[in-house]
Ligand binder design. Sequence first.
Ligand SMILES: Cc1cc2nc3c(=O)[nH]c(=O)nc-3n(C[C@H](O)[C@H](O)[C@H](O)COP(=O)(O)O)c2cc1C
Length: 138
Amino acid sequence: MLAHLAYVSKRTKACTDQEIDKILATAMQNNPTLDVTGVLLYTEDKFFQYVEGNYQTLTALYDKIKLDPRHQQVGLISMGPIKAKSFPQWHMGRKHLASYQLEMLTNQGSQVDVKTLLNNQDEKVGQKLQHLLATFFV
Ligand SMILES: Cc1cc2nc3c(=O)[nH]c(=O)nc-3n(C[C@H](O)[C@H](O)[C@H](O)COP(=O)(O)O)c2cc1C
């Protein structure tokens, strides 16, 4: 099933911009094989990552990413089915955002509890996020 997954996390102090370059290099290396695309958005102290691909592949990747010492307090924002990929060419796009922009993205999912998300088969949730993300990449 084609799905999306989005989370927010806190960049650790050690996670410099050079480390972000390395993360992106790893993603570019691994994600094509996994058929995963998406975007990594970041501020001075936070990450927001949106990934899209096969549901099981995404949960396995998320389990790996959660353990990465370059961030902490990893919190799921949204996951569920999508009709089509928003970033089919991007094995990981990147963009530096202002804090208020990142807040717009996190607020939209903050009222939903994780169990509801996991059982949610409604494509509208993913669609809403896809539309919001598109506004950063016009
Ligand atoms: C914010 C963040 C986003 C990441 N995104 C990806 C990703 O999209 N794909 C990926 O393979 N690794 C990603 N990583 C790196 C993984 O945590 C992990 O280091 C990597 O997958 C290990 O790859 P390897 O098994 O080839 O060494 C990310 C790490 C962080 C901190």
